[in-house]
Design a protein around this ligand. Structure first.
Ligand code: ARG
Length: 637
């Protein structure tokens, strides 16, 4: 049964005329849409305003004490010269039907009317809907349809590019944030019925990978590479860079002293690396084999880490995968269309000559070809974007990249537009985020994701050990500590708006006080433990008499649970994890304050069953929200 059928079965006298005509109304999946449709119809009779104006004007409230829905009279575009909005809402409230099946008489303050749901119909319809929909409650697969009226036209396609670390370099905080936010966005669009492709665009190309191959020839270790490619490659990278810097200094000194350094320069590491990389771009098999091995082994390790975070990629693309021929072609187009110009043998784009006003200045003068003919990061991104469009014909593409690269992505999208592809540029969106400050491991300052996750997991393990009784009941404490550690890191990351910087604070994120990952997991484990203790099957729970849930605490929890599909669709607008997180914390607070009031143990069997149904519904919504964020809800901790 759909959410609407559920309501129709439970509640008589609904006014659902023309419900399918309301915009953004999904009565099958969102019970509140049914509430809004009914209210719009009733209010049309009360106010004489077109119901299609009323429906979208019915908005949520910040907190339950302000009602469940609120209407601001000015949003109804009332004719000028009529009564004042403050007065008119008084009149409407008075005219509102005494015994509406779903709503209490509205409250009025200033020009607002706030509406409160009646408890019994809400409880009787929402709880069975949640129990029935289970893991899908809140998601809305029709949002991703190309044509909502014609499902056979298929679903919209989205590419989410995220994480994108650089091989042989540290997986730094920026990559961690990109991974967390990108994973969440993938889940979000999937829940909205889009066809999602997740791409990891590796930094795996450039002269430094020639240098890395040299380093491996000099002091590499096959075994160490196989066992721990990420760290081994990083060590090689650091070592060879140190040598190269020293060498450069020496050459410079000798030059200063008047020596002939021609030969030294020709044999320098820098020059060798350049030649090695040249062989790679010329597709020399031997040179490529080494690089490919580094890449493949690194990907194997990345995959293990991503799995800990519940993340997978459909494609490991990367800067190396961009075709030289495509870039040459684009270079020609840029010249022909007079987008780029020659500058001292190099090719650059002077936006101030192409884009009027401040914007042109702000976009600066990026290079697209160096003097030696090699392409750049930006050049590769231009080609890659167009190639992705040709391959996937996406409806939308999201780049999850630190705000430090705002300019780069603005330049990229502008160039695509100037090349004559405004339609494609318009489908692209940069989802940016701020910095993580003060992130370092216990052992040193290099920030490998695995090390950080291990440190946090160790800390959670220590905490769990402090409660011996509970600890002994956890089946695999190491695994749970790992999940709790990851949750700590992720929740801290998702607490503020994406654009805000935050300070990596191990003590704060692992605390059970405040709105933290461990607290959220604890709230989930607690509802699980209630279910275990009650020992009721899902069938027994579903057959509960919901109308026994009359206490304010119970009704308030259901009011919050009913908001979840709205929170989901609102998140699709904000694209902010904090939209979900803030809701989940609101819900867990309401839950935790209800345990003393709505006891399970010692209650009458029928009441016990009904309360269990309430907690089970909360368990479902909490789990759905956590999974949407990319967290793995734990059953015990
Ligand atoms: N590898 C890059 C870095 O670490 C991020 C790549 C972002 N994506 C892109 N299409 N440019 O800075």
């Amino acid at each position: 049964t759909t959410a609407m059928e559920q309501l129709q079965q439970q509640v008589e006298g609904l006014n659902l005329n023309a419900i399918t005509e309301f915009p953004n109304c999904y009565p099958d999946v969102n019970p509140l849409d049914v509430y809004r449709a009914h209210l719009a119809n009733v209010l049309t009779e009360v106010t004489g305003v077109d119901k299609n104006i009323i429906y979208p004007a019915l908005s949520w409230t910040q907190s339950l004490d302000k009602g469940d829905l609120v209407l601001a009279a000015p949003a109804l575009r009332l004719p000028k010269g009529g009564p004042k909005p403050d007065q008119i809402v008084q009149d409407w409230a008075a005219k509102f039907p005494e015994n509406d099946p779903l709503f209490e008489k509205p409250h009025v303050h200033s020009y607002f009317m706030s509406f409160f749901f009646k408890g019994a119909p809400l409880v009787n319809s929402i709880l069975p809907t949640i129990l029935q929909k289970g893991k899908t409650f809140g998601t809305n697969p029709s949002l991703g349809l190309k044509d909502p009226k014609e499902p056979s036209a298929g679903r919209k396609k989205i590419i989410v590019e995220f994480s994108s670390p650089n091989i042989a370099k540290p997986f730094h905080a920026g990559h961690l944030r990109s991974t967390i936010i990108g994973g969440f966005l993938g889940n979000l669009y999937e829940g909205a019925g889009w066809d999602v492709t997740r791409i990891n665009y590796l930094g795996d190309w450039g002269k430094q990978y020639g240098l890395l191959a040299l380093a491996f020839e000099k002091f590499g270790d096959e075994k160490a590479l196989e066992q721990d490619p990420i760290n081994h490659l990083f060590q090689l990278y650091v070592r060879i860079n140190t040598e190269m810097t020293e060498e450069k200094e020496q050459i410079a000194k000798r030059k200063e002293a008047g020596e002939d350094v021609t030969e030294a320069e020709a044999n320098s590491l820098d020059e060798q690396a350049r030649r090695y990389f040249k062989k790679m771009t010329d597709r020399d098999e031997k040179a490529l084999a080494m690089w490919k091995k580094f890449r493949d082994l690194s990907i194997v390790r990345y995959k293990q880490t991503y799995a800990r975070l519940n993340i997978h990629f459909d494609e490991y693309s990367g800067e190396s995968q961009v075709s030289e021929a495509d870039m040459a072609d684009i270079g020609k187009q840029l010249e022909e269309k007079k987008i780029s110009k020659e500058d001292n043998g190099a090719q650059l784009i002077d936006f101030s000559e192409l884009v009027p006003g401040k914007e042109g200045k702000r976009l600066e003068k990026p290079l697209v070809r160096k003097r030696d003919g090699t392409a750049l990061y930006l050049t590769r991104d231009i080609s890659e974007l167009l190639a992705r469009h040709a391959k996937y014909n996406f409806d939308k593409m999201i780049y999850v990249v630190a705000s430090a690269q705002d300019l780069h992505l603005k330049q990229l999208f502008k160039i695509i537009e100037l090349l004559g592809h405004k339609d494609i540029a318009d489908k692209c969106q940069h989802i940016n985020f701020g910095l993580v400050l003060g992130m370092s491991t216990r052992k040193g300052t290099v920030k490998f994701l695995d090390d950080i996750l291990r440190d946090v997991a160790d800390k959670m393990h220590e905490t769990m050990r402090k409660n011996e009784d509970k600890y002994n009941q956890v089946e695999n404490p190491e695994a749970v500590a790992d999940v709790l550690g990851i949750s700590s890191v992720m929740v801290q990351d998702m607490t503020g708006k994406r654009i805000n910087n935050y300070t990596f604070n191990m003590d704060q994120m692992t605390s059970f006080e405040g709105d933290t990952g461990p607290y959220l997991q604890y709230a989930h484990a607690r509802v699980c433990s209630i279910k275990r203790k009650a020992g009721l099957s899902d069938e027994e729970i579903a057959s509960a008499d919901f109308s026994l849930l009359t206490e304010a605490h119970a009704v308030n929890i259901v009011r919050l649970l009913a908001q979840w599909p709205d929170v989901f669709s609102n998140t699709l607008r904000t694209l902010e994890p904090t939209t979900v997180l803030a809701y989940l914390f609101k819900m867990t607070h309401a839950l935790s304050s209800s345990y003393d009031v709505l006891r399970i143990m010692g209650s009458e069997p029928a009441v016990l069953k009904a309360r269990m149904a309430l907690y089970e519904a909360a368990h479902i919504v909490l789990g759905n929200g956590m999974r949407l964020l990319g967290l793995s809800p734990v059953e015990r901790m």
